[in-house]
Design a protein around this ligand. Structure first.
Ligand SMILES: [Zn+2]
Length: 206
């Protein structure tokens, strides 16, 4: 499973300072009381930025691997959250997705470009809708857009900031912000389940 590595680096900074060498879990998420054979389990490489390595830990007793994803990286998408945010914000501000693609210098005629953009916009907006429900006192009155969340939070990098703010729910929030691979655009039942699971402690869910 993926876990958060709290880190203020950009991807380039993380690579240049070999941030994976500092990334570690103090104890096994499955057995916080100790007594298991939890240990480091090497690293795996990400494509972008080049040179990125992600730390892995492993609990042989729980048969589970944990990867420590720095805050700047998108989960289960290549690249960084800042790149995802740039795409979503462009769409939020453009009169159409096609116009946003022009602004992003993406060739909308190319196969996969529409899907590339739609996937990011839907996944991010779905996560914001869930967060509005989880933290209504903070986000209940704003729209489920990065522009609206940026105003509430007073930051430019909303997704990176939300990795920290939403840490208790990262296992329930859809990727690339959260770590839940399950994503059902418009799926009310899934959303309801995520709300109920929201009060569980972080890092202990399957
Ligand atoms: Zn363990």
């Amino acid at each position: 499973m993926q876990l958060r590595f709290a880190c203020e680096d950009t991807g380039a900074e993380y690579v240049s300072r070999k941030g994976w060498q500092q990334a570690t879990l103090s104890r096994c998420p499955l057995h916080p009381q100790g007594g298991c054979r939890f240990a480091r389990h090497g690293t795996y490489a990400r494509v972008s930025p080049p040179g990125t390595l992600i730390t892995r830990d492993y609990c042989p007793d729980g048969h589970r691997t944990f990867s420590l994803l720095p805050d700047c990286y998108a989960a289960r998408l290549s690249g960084q959250l800042s790149e995802v945010e740039a795409v979503v914000r462009a769409v939020e501000q453009a009169p159409s997705q096609a116009a946003a693609c022009v602004g992003l210098r993406l060739d909308i005629e190319l196969p996969g470009v529409q899907r590339f953009v739609t996937r990011r916009v839907q996944a991010v907006h779905q996560a914001l809708v869930v967060l509005k429900g989880l933290v209504p006192e903070r986000f209940g009155r704003c729209g489920p857009t990065l522009l609206a969340f940026a105003l509430v939070l007073g930051v430019s990098g909303v997704l990176v900031a939300l990795r920290g703010l939403a840490e208790p729910w990262l296992q329930q929030l859809p990727t690339p912000l959260g770590f839940s691979p399950r994503r059902q655009p418009g799926g009310g039942r899934d959303r309801a389940r995520q709300h109920r699971a929201g009060a569980d402690p972080p890092g202990l869910m399957a």
